[in-house]
Design a binder for this molecule. Sequence first.
Ligand SMILES: N[C@@H](CCC(=O)N[C@@H](CS)C(=O)NCC(=O)O)C(=O)O
Length: 158
Amino acid sequence: MIDLYALTSPNVQKIYIMLEECGLPYKEHFVDVWKGEQYKPEFAKINPNNKIPAIVDHDGPGGKPYTVIETRLGKVPYLGGQEYSIADMATFPWTRNHDAQGVKWEDNPNLARWFNAINERPAVKAAIAKITAIKSNRETASDDDKDRFFNRGRYARA
Ligand SMILES: N[C@@H](CCC(=O)N[C@@H](CS)C(=O)NCC(=O)O)C(=O)O
């Protein structure tokens, strides 16, 4: 069973539509972002980014959540199927810091194969080289800068 953390916005609607299209059973949990419920500690455990939509699939392989990509890439070379597509481009950047997410290549051989294939693409190499050359203050951001970025502290909107 999937737990869906939701309310009514377009970002949430796309997940409702996906779940209905797939015919998957799911249980709704309403997180009232207008009342700040996304900042409650119990929801932060589900999505540390404090945003909806979020889903938890308790029926992942072996009873463990989260191996969706590894399983998919065990069946097809790319996320969309046989061809490289926008789905791979959209997902690849989030897998570049897999270590920080506790995702080990030795436990995810299909993901590792896919990552290396995309990482070696000339266009991806060119894009990453350009991005790496951009001077960003991300690494030196102060706590106040981070509060502004995340709308926290004195920047939290009433
Ligand atoms: N990229 C995310 C964005 C999610 C998002 O921005 N969610 C909004 C509601 S539409 C939210 O939870 N906002 C609460 C907040 O930022 O505090 C997605 O598409 O799901």
